[in-house]
Design a protein around this ligand. Structure first.
Ligand code: THU
Length: 134
């Protein structure tokens, strides 16, 4: 099973696959599953800008696409080449709120600074699946 540091290193490898010709801001993410598999994601931009997919959504969508739902997701690492650690954008927080358990560890790093967080910290006062499926 990968350690926290090793999962962060996986995310840095995923970051090399970023397609970011517009922002030149590179983000990588890696999902660790309970059986030790790793799913990578990178930010994939688009000329329409709005069709861009963030790295953490790419990674979590990849895990789900391979049959790993939140009960089998152990941790998520998100890294960037920015001067500050890349905290997930608002859209990603909403998506992660639905697709991860709220205390699943989320490791943020830019190679200089690191922070460990989770969805309950990143997204207080959630609007979630419980509000709609009642
Ligand atoms: N981006 C991510 O991939 N994840 C984040 O948490 C923040 C932003 C990407 C989207 C876009 O490709 C670039 O970073 C600049 O916004």
């Amino acid at each position: 099973m990968l350690s926290r540091e090793e999962l962060i290193q996986e995310a840095f490898r995923a970051m090399e696959n970023a397609y970011a010709p517009y922002s030149n801001y590179h983000v990588g993410a890696a999902v660790l599953t309970t059986d030790g598999r790793v799913f990578w994601g990178a930010n994939i931009e688009n000329a329409s800008y709005g069709a861009t997919n963030c790295a953490e959504r790419s990674a979590v969508f990849s895990a789900y696409s391979n049959g790993y739902h939140k009960d089998r997701i152990k941790a998520l690492a998100i890294v960037s080449d920015g001067d500050r650690i890349a905290a997930p954008c608002g859209i990603c927080r909403q998506v992660l709120c639905e697709l991860l358990d709220h205390h699943t560890p989320i490791y943020l790093s830019n190679g200089k600074d690191e922070k460990d967080t989770d969805i309950d910290e990143l997204l207080p006062m959630q609007f979630s699946v419980e509000d709609v499926l009642r």
